[in-house]
Design a protein around this ligand. Structure first.
Ligand code: PEP
Ligand code: MN
Length: 503
């Protein structure tokens, strides 16, 4: 059956129709973008709700709720990602594969944020670069699935598609529109707690003792980590002595941005708002910002297409990405993504052709704004060698300047003989190692990593210095989707990447 396609009834949407891209006009493709123009395109992974009225009411409610994040924050992240694209910073992104509403709980949030902070400390120290942190949190509730159904107890039932859509419990597999509104409130609560924790000093470099490693017992990792913390403590003491450690020194806290896969477009559309650009937006600073003028003398600035000092911001998260299954050039997801101001990611799997990659960049970033797009490569440890270099070359020749981020998780998922999804830690390390090497060989550089991880001591990926085996998977296997790195494996990976930059 046809999916429900709901038009926004918002007054003035038509008036605010945005001509995103004149080049596309010349190419004869569609030029008019609105938050709902995606509904005219073919869509993958769409949702069929049975109760249309309930969906309409849920979306109407979402449209009235305040933004979860603001343009000023979104543009700040965009500027930080420009730095990453230019090689001056490193991007760390991580979190659960599928975030559950139940993970909106203090301990679960604390342990993930702490792990991201610990990893970034290791990376800053090792790579001598600032680290931009994006959590896969506060909204990572929608999952694309390879099959819409699965067999349970001999019966075919709908697959679990994430808490925003249906429930993991077999009784709750019918998509429930009430979950749309619930997703908003769980996102907002999660981010509220993260914001409050940061404002209360959890990331304060003056108290690194609060960053004690949790479950990690490995002596080598502990020693390496303690050495970094001691060294930072020494440096801080020195800075205090010479008076350089003032309250404005920026050592009291850090920024943590949120992200999720922009899969459920009904939800994303409802939180897409036409808002005033902050003063820091490229349109307000025509010539100072390196990002608005790409090396090839790019075409035009974002403001030239709107003219009223406003733009369409997705206010559900700072950063959204398009999944590997929904990145069709003429599809609904690409259509939605091309109109928003947020920095965006695109997952690039082994089926991506170099020419399509460039077409995709031209569609979502016609002005070639530097760092607007993060290409998240996830080929698999054995395929990266035959694919990454050609993609790097194609992008370079196109004049686009992107952030290259390696997701070493999704091309390396395997099932054990008994059907448990896992990943070999050595495969994950190998893909990251190859990404670092190939970028270097191509005169490019790896800008960041995208990881599925949790602060809990889970046993979902095998290997690592702990030596987890397939037989150990049952000890603490708690993911509702893909297998995640535990604290120790995540830190080991951070040390590996940091070590590369030290060498
Ligand atoms: C994911 O990041 O969980 C995911 C589904 O990735 P991909 O789109 O790369 O398969
Ligand atoms: Mn996943």
């Amino acid at each position: 059956s046809e999916p429900l396609k709901l038009k926004l009834s918002k007054e003035g949407e038509a008036a605010a129709e945005l001509k995103v891209n004149e080049e596309q006009q010349c190419n004869g493709s569609s030029t008019t973008w609105t938050p709902s123009s995606w509904t005219t395109k073919p869509i993958k992974q769409d949702v069929v709700y049975t109760d249309g009225v309930a969906v309409k009411n849920a979306l109407a409610k979402l449209e009235c709720l305040p933004p979860i994040v603001t343009p000023a924050e979104i543009v700040k992240l965009r500027k930080s990602l420009q730095e990453v694209a230019l090689g001056k910073a490193f991007l760390l992104q991580g979190g659960d594969c599928a975030e559950l509403f139940d993970y909106c709980e203090a301990n679960a949030i604390d342990s993930k944020i702490k792990l991201l902070l610990q990893m970034s400390l290791v990376l800053i120290y090792g790579a001598y670069k600032p680290v931009v942190r994006i959590a896969r949190m506060a909204g990572q509730y929608a999952k694309p699935r390879s099959s819409p159904t699965e067999i349970y107890d001999g019966k075919e039932i709908p697959s679990f598609r994430g808490d925003i859509l249906n429930g993991y419990d077999v009784e709750e597999r019918t998509p429930d529109p009430a979950r749309l509104v619930s997703a908003y409130f769980h996102s907002a609560s999660t981010l509220n707690y993260i914001r409050a924790s940061l404002a209360s000093g959890i990331a304060d470099l003056h108290s690194p003792l609060d960053w004690e490693l949790g479950h990690v017992k490995d002596q080598k990792i502990k020693a390496q980590y303690t050495r970094i913390v001691d060294s930072i403590t020494d440096s801080l003491r020195f800075m205090k002595t010479v008076g350089a450690d003032s309250p404005a020194s920026g050592l009291e806290t850090v920024d943590i941005y949120t992200s999720h896969e922009g899969l459920l477009l009904e939800y994303e559309q409802s939180l897409t708002r036409r808002l005033r650009h902050p003063a820091s937006h490229p349109s307000h600073q025509p010539s100072q910002l390196p990002g608005s003028i790409p090396p090839n003398g790019g075409t035009k600035k974002l403001s030239e297409v709107s003219g009223d000092g406003k733009g369409w911001y997705n206010t559900s998260a700072h950063f959204l990405w398009i999944g590997d299954r929904t990145r069709q050039l003429d599809g609904a997801h690409v259509e939605y993504f091309r109109g928003i101001e947020n920095p965006i990611g695109i997952k690039i799997g082994p089926t991506m052709m170099a020419s399509d990659l460039v077409s995709l960049l031209d569609i979502v970033n016609p002005s070639k704004s530097v760092g607007k797009v993060v290409l998240i490569t996830r080929y698999g440890e054995h395929k990266i060698d035959s694919l990454l270099a050609s993609h790097i070359r194609a992008v370079r020749e196109s004049g686009h300047v992107v952030v290259w981020q390696c997701d070493p998780m999704h091309g390396n998922t395997k099932s054990t003989p008994s059907g448990v999804k896992t990943r070999q830690f050595s495969s994950i390390l190998s893909e990251v190692g190859s990404a670092l090497r190939i970028h270097k060989e191509e005169g490019s550089f790896l800008g960041g990593v995208h990881l599925e991880l949790t602060g809990e001591a889970v046993t979902e990926c095998v290997g690592g210095s702990e030596g987890l085996t397939e037989g150990d998977l049952g000890l603490n296997y708690t993911t509702y989707c893909d297998p995640r790195l535990n604290e120790k494996q995540a830190l080991e990976l951070a040390f590996l990447v940091a070590g590369h930059y030290r060498d």
